[in-house]
Write a protein that binds this ligand. Structure first.
Ligand code: NI
Length: 418
């Protein structure tokens, strides 16, 4: 199929049909879900490819938002756009209970090298984290549930902008009331090391914290032959580059799993001139929430100690990111029941806590819930990591995701109180 044929128009024009993608849960029911996927899956695959060809960065997801809105409108599903201009909240069903399904919708500032026929057409922007699959799965689940008449409560679809930037779009969804009255919130995230058809589950933390650290060091500058008459900015940077990660391992509980890695350092031009300024930037990730609360104070203390003898001036900024995603035990049990109903008893597997971060964590500070890892490896090709320019995902993960979300909603609505 040519790339043009996969395009989905945002207007109400005739929608093209996508390539056939196998439904690994076909026949597992309920009948209305089997029928929905037999009828609409090709269209949803075409939507995913359209979104993939037109990725948009965080808080600029205008076309993506309009596409989602056009699908919701056509289905007769009530929705409202977030005040920031991108992202959508939709709601289906009626009743007092609310289950939220969250999808992030933004791409990354990368040049795609996957070689897919529907690769990004937007220079320097790519869906390298699978958010195009996430939004397709949540939309598909919402459409199927809306058409089914099987709901006994409400289901809220949270199409969240800007998961990849800090601060991210989760805060905007929360401010807009997206988590109000929510009993459980669920999200899927693509996992390229897990085979398609398998779902990774874990009770407790499943991602880590992420803070951004930025240190600007300044001095009078001078000649490299006379460092004693100035302040050696480059040497001071080096002291922090090696000293801070080392000291953290001695001052923080090793079980916090602190990972401080510098990603950028800039200073100087000439071999024989001490520069006036240098900048160092990196991220700190922690596997434990408790360690996160005291991390900034400790970093400030250690940087002050390391730089005290160097006579440089400095400005240290710690941009607080997100806590770990803490999967609630009951919500995880609902997901497990959903996975078993969707794909059989062997589809669920244990997931490990990742050192990556995810702003779904902020939503879970407002409602209990759980994030599951959606296997997207085809079992044959390379396992390109998330955020890799070559990232690819097996599209069979889309009907898998739809089935898991639908069955998890049904489990939540029939589960009663915990
Ligand atoms: Ni992501």
């Amino acid at each position: 199929m040519s790339a043009a044929e996969t395009d989905t128009d945002t207007s109400d024009a005739v929608r093209p049909v996508g390539e056939a993608v196998a439904d690994l849960g076909a026949g597992r029911g309920p009948d209305w879900l089997d029928d929905f996927l037999a009828e609409r899956l090709a269209e949803l695959i075409a939507l995913r490819r359209d979104v993939h060809r037109h990725p948009e960065l965080g808080f600029a997801e205008h076309r993506t938002t309009e596409l989602i809105e056009s699908w919701l409108t056509r289905a007769g599903i009530e929705h409202r756009r977030l005040p920031g201009g991108t992202g959508v909240i939709a709601e289906i069903g009626s009743g007092s209970s609310v289950v939220a399904l969250r999808a992030d919708i933004d791409g990354l500032p990368l040049r795609e090298t996957s070689g897919l026929p529907f690769s990004s057409t937007i220079p320097g922007t790519a869906h390298a984290c699978g958010h195009d699959l996430h939004l397709t799965a949540v939309l598909g689940a919402g459409l199927a549930l809306h058409a089914s008449g099987a709901l006994t409560g409400r289901v809220r679809l949270l199409f969240q902008p800007a998961e990849e930037v800090m601060p991210g779009g989760a805060a905007e969804v929360i401010q807009a009331g997206g988590l109000n009255d929510v009993d459980q919130a669920f999200a899927l995230h693509c996992e390229p090391r897990t085979p398609v058809g398998r779902i990774g589950l874990k009770v407790g933390p499943i991602t880590s914290t992420s803070d951004l650290i930025e240190l600007r060091i300044t001095g009078p500058g001078g000649h490299t032959s006379r460092p004693h008459l100035t302040a050696d900015v480059v040497n001071a940077l080096g002291t922090v580059i090696t000293g801070l990660p080392l000291l953290l391992t001695r001052r923080m509980d090793p079980r916090a799993g602190a990972v401080l890695v510098w990603g950028a350092v800039q200073a100087g031009d000439a071999a024989n001139a001490i520069p006036q300024e240098g900048v160092l930037r990196g991220t700190l990730r922690l596997m434990r929430r408790e360690a996160w609360d005291g991390a900034e104070g400790l970093i400030r203390e250690l940087v002050a100690g390391l730089l005290a003898p160097t006579s440089v001036s400095y400005d240290l900024r710690v941009h607080r990111g997100v806590p770990p995603v803490e999967n609630d035990a009951y919500a995880t049990a609902l997901l497990r029941a959903g996975v078993a109903a969707a794909l059989g008893p062997d589809a669920a597997m244990d997931a490990e806590q990742s050192t990556g971060s995810e702003d779904f964590a902020e939503m879970l500070e407002h409602a209990p819930g759980a994030l599951a890892r959606l296997g997207v490896w085809d079992g044959v090709g390379p396992q390109s990591d998330l955020h890799s320019a070559a990232f690819t995902a097996d599209e069979r993960a889309i009907p898998v995701g739809i089935r898991v979300l639908v069955q998890t909603v049904l489990a939540a609505q029939s589960g009663g109180s915990r």
